[in-house]
Design a binder for this molecule. Structure first.
Ligand code: AMP
Length: 285
């Protein structure tokens, strides 16, 4: 696997690949890679001639400076995992290259970002849209791979690609979980043993909600059941649980016939903030 550390070198590599008619698959990440990331890499390897993975802990998408400071950075371990998943190029830019000066451009995604992560992490999606645009412009992929784990992020990036005519195809992959159901996340490494033991309760609460949606329970009843189930665990501080239309991400008051519904949760275990979701297809028939 080749390691590229500058924008210039990445651009030159991309130009050569494109001149030779090669297709480029791209997986942007913030590192501390796990199976969730590696599934995206494997998918890119299967679909494209060349796979590029970027690792960049993007400062502009953090609204909490401690979270940014403590975000796991283990690039050598990551490189070994990427090699074994047959990734071709690892792009490792430095913050001063991606942001030689503070960007003045501001993104606004309207109601798509007025809920959930957008509402609770001011500026987060502006930072995401900024870095994803920069990386797309440098790497110029034919296909870019993202996880359903960050459902709202995917919706934002889909909008970004549509609005700015990025010439690429987006691919969204399902959430990869630990055996006990906990959604894999780079932040899981920061959980204490006790927190790690309790963390799968978030998925359990989502599964309870999924069951209730399928039984046509009312939205308010589902919300109370989720809140009550998590209230048994004082270590978990629920930030939000939303029942939303899976496409618009707007909260719904009652599921419609055949509507795809996203059940989305965010919670703190100590200082660690975790998110998860389940998309229920064909809630009512
Ligand atoms: P991150 O490094 O957290 O920015 O994530 C990089 C990409 O991996 C994003 O598209 C995430 O949605 C995706 N991802 C993270 N965790 C998972 C997971 N457990 N399953 C599937 N995709 C994931």
């Amino acid at each position: 696997m080749e390691q590229v550390t500058t924008i210039e070198e990445m651009r030159a590599t991309v130009e050569k690949l494109r001149m030779a008619g090669k297709t480029i698959g791209f997986v942007p990440t913030m590192g501390a890679l796990h199976e969730g990331h590696l599934e995206l890499i494997r998918a890119a390897v299967a679909d494209n001639d060349v796979t590029v993975c970027s690792i960049f802990v993007n400062p502009t998408q953090f609204n909490n400076s401690e979270d940014f400071r403590l975000y796991p950075r283990i690039e050598q371990e990551d490189a070994i995992k990427l090699e074994s998943a047959n990734c071709d190029i690892l792009f490792l830019p430095q913050p001063d290259m991606m942001y030689p000066e503070a960007a003045k451009l501001k993104f606004s995604f309207g109601e798509l970002e007025s809920v959930m992560e957008g509402a609770h992490r001011p500026g987060h999606f502006n930072g995401v849209a900024l870095i994803v645009s920069k990386l797309f412009n440098v790497v110029q992929p034919h296909k870019a791979y993202f996880g359903q784990k960050d459902l709202q992020q995917y919706a934002i990036i889909k909008q970004l690609v549509a609005d700015l005519n990025f010439n690429l195809e987006l691919v969204c992959y399902p959430i990869i979980r630990e055996k006990d159901g906990l959604a894999m996340s780079s932040r899981n490494r920061r959980l204490t043993e006790k927190q790690r033991e309790i963390a799968p309760q978030l998925y359990k609460a989502l599964q309870l909600a999924e069951k209730m949606v399928k039984e046509n329970a009312r939205v308010e009843a589902i919300k109370s059941a989720v809140t009550d189930s998590l209230a048994q665990f004082p270590e978990i501080r629920l930030e939000y649980f939303e029942i939303s239309d899976a496409n618009t991400l707007q909260p719904i008051s009652e599921p419609g016939v055949g509507q795809e519904i996203a059940l989305c949760i965010a919670a703190f275990l100590g200082e660690i903030r975790l998110i998860d979701n389940i998309v229920v297809k064909e809630a009512k028939s």
